[in-house]
Design a protein around this ligand. Sequence first.
Ligand SMILES: Cc1cc2nc3c(=O)[nH]c(=O)nc-3n(C[C@H](O)[C@H](O)[C@H](O)COP(=O)(O)OP(=O)(O)OC[C@H]3O[C@@H](n4cnc5c(N)ncnc54)[C@H](O)[C@@H]3O)c2cc1C
Length: 239
Amino acid sequence: MSAHRSALLRKETVAEGTLALHLRKPVGFAFKPGQAIDLVLGAPELAEASRRHAFSIVSAPHESHVTIATRMRDSAFKRALAALAPGDALDMDGPFGSLTLHNNVARPACLIAGGIGITPFMSMLRHATAEKSAHRLLLIYSNRRPEDAAFLAELEDLTRRNDRFRLVATMTGMDTSKQPWSGETRRIDAPFIAGVLAEMPESIFYVVGPPAMVASVLSALEAAGVDGDYVRSEEFPGY
Ligand SMILES: Cc1cc2nc3c(=O)[nH]c(=O)nc-3n(C[C@H](O)[C@H](O)[C@H](O)COP(=O)(O)OP(=O)(O)OC[C@H]3O[C@@H](n4cnc5c(N)ncnc54)[C@H](O)[C@@H]3O)c2cc1C
């Protein structure tokens, strides 16, 4: 990994309590969709070890800036993040990680995101659409409520721009929502996965989200008979 000097360009709210940070792309910074960076804040009030947190890159390599997104929490790091103003300097270390899309376009990809686990998939989907990739892509995006679903409108737009991409958003806690929703509400269990396999056999599965969500989806994949060799996953600790 190598350290790069960067700065905050602007912040954007992308769902309830969820912030995207658009960062200056350091000269020569190159990454693959699905990779992450460590964001290192100069905040003197933070202990050395708490200044650094990992974030998947939301933006695609062709974009002029680097975007990350996170759920805002009352942690010391997130408070320092919230206090950043446009122009403030920060460091990014990386890129790192191997959760990148497989090369064989004959095999479909089933991307399964829990909440903020959507971040690496945004980069992959923006890239695949810009490159007119032949990959068949299905995104299963699970949130409690539409209010929590970052980038949902953009994902719907991507389905119109990329006919190889299909989106199934599922809202598993609609009783707590103030917004209407007429789509899927099931949790991702073995019958849900069986439906995916019927539609897209030979899929390679990618699962990203909070640890409990990832564990539950991995169990569902196993119960549905998916070979573990074709499953890749990444947990976001701290949720
Ligand atoms: C490869 C990778 C990509 C990630 N991408 C994103 C992303 O795109 N968006 C996003 O919001 N978050 C992402 N995360 C998680 C992120 O790094 C933070 O852990 C998360 O945002 C919680 O930070 P916090 O300040 O709210 O909690 P903290 O106060 O830092 O931590 C809350 C709890 O989680 C534990 N914890 C935190 N970080 C780790 C860790 N790395 N390993 C083990 N335990 C830990 C702490 O010990 C504490 O108990 C990613 C993590 C990894 C490893």
